[in-house]
Ligand binder design. Structure first.
Ligand code: NZQ
Ligand code: ZN
Length: 385
């Protein structure tokens, strides 16, 4: 196992009715800004529950954070933050809202001239407003990690700091019942690929991390399709298992002490930036191609994945790997997400655009070995056509 330091500071309040816990988590003397997205929280009862929980607090609101939150929208929050002397952010929504709140929290107390530098130049932040989160879409793990992804003019960039990790997160699986099938699918696939990025690398004898990861993958494979099936889609227990899996997939636990890949995400971000494809749908297209192109460097872990996640123990090594990749694609198809560029009307002629963007963003040595060069990314995208 590799050396590591691990700390996750987010208090989790999990279960039906837990939104009420906000009232005790946020100090009564705080001046709170409730930040949210396009209004889904006003149609599913979440807004009312949050307002009730904040009845003793002084609070204001900022809405309109869009999926793949934009820098320009997020910077608009500075006006109300200054005017109302806001000192606490409450993010209520999916990953985009939570990520957006993290950037707002960092930009408010940023010492440099241009907050865009936090993303574009990876300028370190030294302070940020405290954040609490009410999660409405299980997918990103943003409710319990320090990552944030922000888009400006098609450039989709990330920053990470423990200073923006939410202090608490409310996870009520019941509020996910209002999600569309598309968002449920996206969430399950995103959480699945987060787990794979930290698992499918090379073996360092991280037994706890591996078995946690395999448990998450199996849970998502079992429960994901049930959340889409008319017979079981209203089952809150299924939603609960998906929700907790998504948080655990990217709260730092399974990635501590093991190598990590993230090439699928980095290539995927360029597909979203260039063509506007949903985050998870870029991952379901890129991951099978990464598995195929990197099958030699990932061979041991692919065999472990085949045996422990898919119970493939018969046949030659290559047959087991082929079958594990095929079953991964079959799982993605059962989640109704694309597995090829052609499924989203892209082809060979679009690859250059993605390659240019990878180069422009310095994504020239991806993967757990840093050996996914531009040429290899081209091979992956070609494989994905
Ligand atoms: O904006 P509203 O009206 O709330 O609607 C949202 C949005 O349109 C809707 N929604 C959310 N909860 C709902 C709901 N609709 C009905 N009922 C509910 N309970 O869903 C739509 C998509 O929401 P979004 O927040 O964009 O989805 P997601 O949670 O998948 O977040 C995606 C963003 O997170 C980034 C992605 O790149 C993307 O920008 N990521 C963040 C990561 C992190 N912080 O660690 C890691 C990920 O890999 C990812 O990159
Ligand atoms: Zn992701």
């Amino acid at each position: 196992m590799l050396n590591f330091s691990f700390k996750n500071p987010t208090s989790i309040h999990f279960g039906e009715g837990k939104i009420a816990a906000i009232s005790k988590e946020i100090p009564l003397n705080a001046r709170v800004l409730l930040v949210y997205g396009g209004g889904s929280i006003k149609n599913n009862g979440v807004y009312e529950q949050v307002v009730a929980a904040l009845s003793e607090h002084t609070w204001f609101e900022f809405s309109g954070i869009e999926p793949n939150p934009s820098y320009d929208t997020l910077m608009k929050a500075q006006q109300i933050i200054k005017a109302e002397r806001i000192d606490y952010l409450l993010a209520v929504g999916g990953g985009s809202v939570v990520d957006g709140a993290k950037f707002i929290a960092a930009a408010t107390l940023y010492k440099g001239n241009d907050p865009w530098d936090i993303l574009a130049k990876q300028q370190a932040i030294t302070e940020a407003l405290p954040i609490g989160a009410v999660l409405t879409l299980p997918a990103t793990g943003s409710e319990s990690n320090g990552n944030s992804v922000v888009t400006r003019d098609g450039d989709k960039l990330a920053f990470s700091s423990p200073l923006v990790c939410p202090l608490f997160a409310v996870l009520d699986p019941k509020v996910t019942l209002s999600l569309s099938d598309r968002q449920i699918s996206n969430g399950v696939v995103d959480a699945f690929v987060h787990t794979i990025e930290q698992y499918l690398t090379y073996n360092v004898n991280g037994k706890v991390q591996d078995r946690f990861s395999e448990g998450l993958l199996q849970t998502l494979i079992e429960e994901g399709p049930k959340a889409l099936s008319p017979a079981t889609k209203e089952d809150v227990e299924i939603r609960a298992n998906i929700m907790w899996s998504a948080t655990m997939a990217l709260n730092g636990l399974i990635g501590a002490g093991v190598p990590q890949d993230w090439s699928t995400h980095m290539i995927g971000h360029e597909l979203t930036g260039a063509f506007g494809i949903d985050h998870a749908r870029t991952l379901s297209i890129v991951l099978p191609a990464v598995m195929k192109v990197c099958r030699e460097s990932k061979r041991d872990k692919l065999l472990q994945y085949a045996a422990r996640v898919w119970q493939l123990n018969e046949g030659s090594e290559n047959e087991r790997i082929d079958q594990a990749i095929h079953l991964t694609e079959t799982f993605f198809k059962s989640m109704q997400v694309p597995t090829r560029l052609s499924d989203v009307d892209l082809g060979m002629s679009d690859i250059d655009i993605v390659i240019n963007r990878l180069e422009q963003h310095g994504m020239t040595a991806l993967g757990e070995h840093g050996d996914i060069t531009i040429a290899k990314s081209r091979e992956i995208l070609t494989q994905a056509v």
